[in-house]
Design a protein around this ligand. Structure first.
Ligand code: HEM
Length: 451
């Protein structure tokens, strides 16, 4: 379980001193020994918005080295993200265009993770007790907790196994999978300062070297009077996505005759799986299979990620082209060829670290994505694949789960395709932001800034 605190910096000098004190507690990515892992109970991470970096004292010349989508912030990108009507930033609980927790006011994201509720409460109490002296004001607190199914797999509120498909990063872990989707992705897609899927290492956000009084940061290779603030950091996309489970269930009930199965329940499960793009137990959808394959004793279905679409399912008779999962990662199915499709897909991967929440306002997923280029990765997925009515040669069909009422979805089927109409909104955006997740050295630099 976890709690995410959105904080405002009210006194920069005190906030920097708080950061100096907190630094030893921030969980680093350094490899842990099995011994350390066995005793691992809590983690603390810290990320900042563009206005947060400014509030902490980072000068304009350095801020300008951050990409524009990050500096503009998520609320300002509503048009690109399709955050409209009930999802528009005017209505957000935090990170939106108005209210005390607006995008401009949110400076810091303090992420607290723990193994038990008791440990989380105690970690939260300790952190909260230091905020006032640290010149920080708490604007919002977002609690989250994983839901697990009988086999211990993570599920989300619509009832699907989640957290299955993740990119494997070159140099980090042995590849677990073989097959069309796989092959590790270059680290520069997720970590700043490394080679990416374009065989390039783009410049990272930097600061004039004179500001680095403690020598925390590495020098930039081609401008020795600048230092790299971004290296080993990443960008974190946070979105509170409310799931309207009742609306989803009503929809399935009203359209169950379009489903396939012997009982009403099976028909609804079939239909839901076609919208999502996987069975509830996480198994991939394959042509000719109208019931979910039984889960093997080791529960491994929920991990099956070794598949492509081109060879057996190019037309989407198994996994519909317009379903959530196939849009979010088309793998080898994009024209003109498997090879080019894989190249494109590999350039638009994100590391998903979302957790389910349930609070007074509703329930859903606190979606968290890590990527090195918000515009090319997260925003591209959202705009060009999930929200695009023309995706995959369709006429006017959006992601059936993530958009403001996708309208319709075509399910290819022999002898006649089925068309599901009247798909309303099942997910509403409630708040979020774009954050810079600095390396430990970058946090050290920020803690010692002398503006
Ligand atoms: C309430 C919101 C959402 C829910 C309930 C949800 C649910 C799911 C589920 C059940 C899966 C399949 C299991 C898995 O592979 O982990 C999945 C996959 C995925 N989702 Fe979502 N999702 C949500 C929002 C989003 C958003 C906003 C994005 C990106 C902008 C996204 C991107 C992805 C990606 C990239 C995959 C993996 C696809 C693959 O590689 O096969 N999801 N999602």
């Amino acid at each position: 379980m976890a709690c995410f605190l959105l904080l405002r910096i009210e006194d920069p000098a005190r906030a920097r001193s708080w950061l100096r004190q907190s630094l030893p507690e921030v969980t680093s990515a350094a490899e842990k020994t099995p011994e350390q892992l066995a005793h691992w109970r809590t983690s603390v991470n810290l990320a900042l918005t563009g206005s947060g970096l400014k509030a902490l004292g980072l000068p304009e010349a350095a801020l300008e080295t951050f990409p524009s989508e990050f500096r503009e912030g998520m609320a300002a990108r509503a048009d690109i993200l399709g955050d409209e009507q009930e999802s528009s930033p005017e209505t957000w609980e935090y990170g939106g265009t108005s209210g005390p927790a607006s995008q401009e006011a949110v400076h810091l994201l303090l992420m607290l993770y723990a193994t038990t509720e008791q440990e989380l409460s105690s970690l939260l109490a300790t952190q909260r007790s230091r905020l006032e002296a640290g010149g920080l004001r708490e604007l919002a607190a977002q609690r989250t907790a994983r839901i697990r199914d009988a086999r211990g797999g993570m599920v989300e509120h619509f009832g699907f196994r989640d957290g299955i498909s993740q990119p494997e990063i070159e140099g980090f872990r042995e590849s677990k999978h073989e097959g069309p989707d796989h092959g590790a992705i270059k680290p520069g897609e997720f970590l700043l300062g490394y080679e990416n899927e374009y065989a390039e290492s783009p410049d990272v956000p930097s600061v004039p070297a004179v500001l680095d009084t403690t020598g925390a940061l590495p020098a930039q290779a081609h401008r020795r009077d600048w230092k790299e603030l971004g290296r080993n950091g990443s960008y974190l996309v946070l979105r509170k996505l409310e799931e309207n489970v009742d609306a989803f269930q009503h929809f399935l009930e009203a359209h169950k005759e379009l489903g396939v199965g012997e009982s009403d329940e099976q028909k609804k499960q079939w239909l839901a799986a076609k919208l999502m793009g996987r069975w509830h137990n996480g198994a991939p959808l394959r042509p000719g299979e109208d019931v979910p394959p039984a889960e093997p004793p080791d529960g491994r279905h929920g991990h099956d990620n070794s598949f492509g679409f081109r060879e057996n399912d190019l037309d989407g008779h198994g996994c519909p082209v317009a379903s959530h999962v196939r849009r979010a990662n088309p793998r080898d199915a994009l024209p003109p060829s498997a090879e080019l499709s894989m190249q494109v897909s590999r350039r638009h991967r994100i590391l998903r670290r979302g957790i389910t929440y349930s609070d007074a306002s509703g329930k859903g997923v606190l979606f968290i994505a890590l990527n090195a280029n918000i515009a090319r990765q997260f925003e591209f997925l959202q705009q060009t694949w999930l929200n695009n009515g023309k995706f995959g040669g369709r006429y006017d069909e959006r992601d059936p789960l993530m958009t403001h009422g996708a309208g319709q979805l075509t399910l290819p089927r022999q002898p006649l395709r089925r068309c599901v109409e009247g798909i309303s909104r099942f997910v509403t955006m409630k708040g979020g932001g774009y954050f810079f997740l600095p390396s430990i050295r970058a946090l050290d630099f920020l803690a010692h800034l002398e503006p």
